[in-house]
Design a protein around this ligand. Structure first.
Ligand SMILES: Nc1nc2c(ncn2[C@@H]2O[C@H](COP(=O)(O)OP(=O)(O)OP(=O)(O)O)[C@@H](O)[C@H]2O)c(=O)[nH]1
Ligand SMILES: [Mg+2]
Length: 342
């Protein structure tokens, strides 16, 4: 199951607008190794005391693990410090101390971990349950059975790091378009995602992931907040969410063909293309499926005819609201995904 954001009230403070968190800094500390036991054994049969102190346990590691049920780093706004357990002390009678428990940090798929002090990219987790040790626990100290020097009794300290977690969602297809073009209506009809839908711009304030299940196949779709002219300069909600379609294989560009908000669909098409190009050449070059939405409205047919005179690419006509043409669209997305799967 893909976790959906909680339903939120309509009025959000500027702070809350960016509830979807995709970059955080955290501090992690692995457990120190336990101390080796300094202990000796003597009974009536032995003339000298014999060492019998066991080794200390290993300190716990800090592990970063990907989980497909998470898709934001929001929780890290409330918790930034993670410490793994220390190793237990060694005991007499050669008993080894208990190993410290690992600390598991759960992150969404698509999270890159960077060591903030060295700026070194540690690992990017792209699959469910994939994990790596971000900070290693210290070795336990030697017990008096093994230790030659007193210093050897001490356990090694655990690694301490400051990590940056940077998320880029992983989805097969990304929905783009002007606010109110019907992106959320579409994703709610074709997938298990049910974002808020309303007739005012910027209803969607954070990316939403949905899974489309079809016979014998499934693919994921990301709905991101609408783009407008000069999004790349920060207008509207800006282009900050476009990073979440950087890894999609296919873009689905939705256009309000009825021009409900009084704009021309062709102008919208040009503006979005320009915004993509201003954002990055790589995103601009992604395969795009053009979709004429709101074809149930009277003005749409005439606008589509005009649009087709100016744009040579194929356009798929749908009405997301009335679930018209969705099968054709899904077939086209699947076909493009197959053609561009590496
Ligand atoms: N008539 C008609 N209205 C539609 C259609 N698709 C969406 N709408 C309406 O258009 C308005 C905007 O729809 P949304 O799905 O919220 O649009 P959006 O692109 O997600 O908008 P933002 O989240 O603001 O970027 C709503 O009132 C929808 O009911 C359609 O096919 N036909
Ligand atoms: Mg929306």
């Amino acid at each position: 199951m893909v976790r959906q954001p909680n339903s939120r009230s309509q009025k959000l403070s500027p702070e809350e607008i960016f509830l979807f968190v995709d970059n955080v800094k955290i501090a992690v500390k692995a457990g120190a190794g336990g101390k080796g036991a300094y202990s000796f054994y003597k009974d009536k049969y032995w003339r000298y005391k014999k060492p019998d102190g066991g080794d200390g346990g290993r300190g716990g590691n800090v592990i970063v693990r990907a989980d497909k049920n998470f898709y934001t780093l929001y929780d890290f706004r409330y918790r930034q410090h993670f410490t793994a357990e220390k190793g237990g002390q060694g005991m007499s009678n050669r008993k080894k101390g208990r190993d410290g428990q690992d600390k598991i940090i759960v992150v969404p798929l698509g999270t890159l971990t960077i060591d903030s002090r060295t700026n070194c990219r540690l690992r990017e987790l792209l699959e469910d349950s994939q994990e790596f040790i971000a900070a290693r626990g210290g070795e336990g100290g030697k017990g008096s059975v093994h230790a030659k020097l007193e210093q050897e009794l001490q356990g090694a300290p655990g690694e301490e790091k400051e990590l940056i977690l940077d998320l880029r969602l992983i989805a097969d297809a990304g929905l783009i378009g002007f606010p109110n073009s019907g992106k959320s209506t579409l994703i709610s009809k074709i997938s298990n995602a049910h974002p808020k839908i309303a007739g005012y711009p910027f209803t969607t304030k954070e990316p939403v992931l949905g899974i489309v299940s079809r016979e014998g196949a499934a693919f994921s779709v990301a709905d991101i907040p609408g783009l407008i002219k000069d999004s790349h300069l920060g207008k509207g909600l800006g282009d900050r969410f476009l990073r979440h379609i950087e890894r999609t294989k296919v873009l689905v560009h939705l256009m309000d063909m009825a021009g409900v908000d009084g704009r021309s669909p062709f102008e919208d098409y040009r503006v979005i293309k320009k915004e993509l190009q201003s954002y990055s050449e790589e995103v601009f070059k992604k395969p795009v499926i053009l979709v004429a939405n709101k074809m149930d409205l009277p003005q749409a047919k005439e606008n589509l005819a005009l649009f087709k005179q100016k744009v040579k690419e194929m356009v798929i006509s749908i009405s997301a609201l009335e679930s018209q043409g969705l099968d054709r669209l899904l077939n086209a997305i699947q076909k493009k995904l197959l053609a561009h799967s590496s």
